[in-house]
Design a protein around this ligand. Sequence first.
Ligand SMILES: Nc1nc2c(ncn2[C@@H]2O[C@H](COP(=O)(O)OP(=O)(O)OP(=O)(O)O)[C@@H](O)[C@H]2O)c(=O)[nH]1
Length: 487
Amino acid sequence: MPTTRLPTHWQQSRHLPLLVGLCTAALAMLLAWVVIDISHTKARTEIVARAQSHLLEIRDRLDRQLQSTLSVPETVAAFVAAQGHMPPEIFASVVGRLLESQRNIRNLALAPDNVITDIYPRLGNEKALGLRYLDNPQQRGAVERAIQTRRTVVAGPIQLVQGGLGIVSRTPVFLVGVPGAAVVAEPRYWGIVSLAVNADTLFADVGLNTEQAGFQVAARGLDALGAQGAVFVGRASLFDEKPVTLDVPLPGGGSWILGAVPVGGWKAAGSAPALVVMLSYVFALLLGLLSAWLVRAHQQVLALASHDRLTGLPNRRLFEDRLSQAVLAAHRDRRAGALLLVDLDGFKAVNDSMGHGSGDQVLVRVGQRLAGLARANDTAARLGGDEFALVLNAVSSPQAAMEVAQRIIQDMVAPIGLDNGEHVRVGVSIGVAVFQGDAAEALPALIDRADQALYASKRAGKGQATLAAPAELHTYATQPMNGPTSR
Ligand SMILES: Nc1nc2c(ncn2[C@@H]2O[C@H](COP(=O)(O)OP(=O)(O)OP(=O)(O)O)[C@@H](O)[C@H]2O)c(=O)[nH]1
């Protein structure tokens, strides 16, 4: 009996290598896709974090710039609030001194009762003199908000009357009463101290209008309207490209929104190079091909272990396995099967006279004829040398098995054509042993019975079949047996 398990039908299936190859390639592709996706997500998270810190840096610089700039109108407003007015010569000298270290401030104006009466520097800003804020629809809102909240309000950037883009602040001045007076009166609104900052230089100073650190930046929220306000720095379309955003709260309420996207867009950012993606998928395909090839090679090794190399028929190992299965099936279904041992007559002479190669051709041809006589459930095998076997899975009677043996003998006598154009005739002797479903006979005993019958055929003059004596404790049925037979 075989010591190792024989390959199952499924293990020998021709579709198995294809299936294994496809599954391996699909799994490898899935794995490659997951790895690429994880690394892409990780890279994207890192880029988002870098964009956030880039925007935080800009906001910090912007905050510091605005605070330092807004300290100038606050100082002037405090002076006016305390003194009740600011004479032109004092205005010019104080503001001149304050603006020395403020390169981004374009001008500072005094607007008692919301009308500009004085501005520093005068040169280049004359056009602003006499401007009535409440009559100017662009500037009215911020002024009213400043009066209402009594706090500095930042607005813009706006197109300044005197030309250029400016961020403006409106600081309301309320007179707190006459210094030294015994009764503190209700603060009285005096007017506005107005500041215009050069937006372009301020944005350049804080790095808002340039591509930096691999990011494009834009800002929206004209007039401190946050997400509702128009874009005033950078590309307006940047806010449609899922930017990383940051709120910039402004003095007096409202905010600007900063947005950043990677230069080249999100799609390119953090994506694995196309070559890496392509190579991963090619590698997955190669892995699939390799696994298919390995399974096929394994199948071939298994086939070699169970099949005869010369004829391709099952070898003795597989024959014994099939025979034991046939015996079990007969036992289970309570029917009969038969073992036919077939041995060539005078084969040695073929070898001797025509050569070993011709002998091989004869063996191949005999194997083909025997396999041609076997039904789907039967097994034709080469046991070694010039000995073959046929396992009949189901026979209706011993006579039916003998009829099959006679047919083999008739088939085999037909001349066999060789490659060299010659023809040769060989005969066969056969030993037939029938196994019954209700017999308890071990496999070696069954084979031995068939062998004895074969030997009897040889002794009786060859070219014939002999039916073996029935197995011990066995009586052949006189009636055709039950079960699925067709012979
Ligand atoms: N060409 C070839 N010959 C083989 C092979 N295996 C065994 N043989 C030969 O087959 C012959 C079998 O011997 P026998 O069965 O005694 O020869 P035989 O002439 O058929 O004798 P009988 O069975 O009594 O008729 C031997 O000569 C072996 O050398 C093989 O694979 N190829």
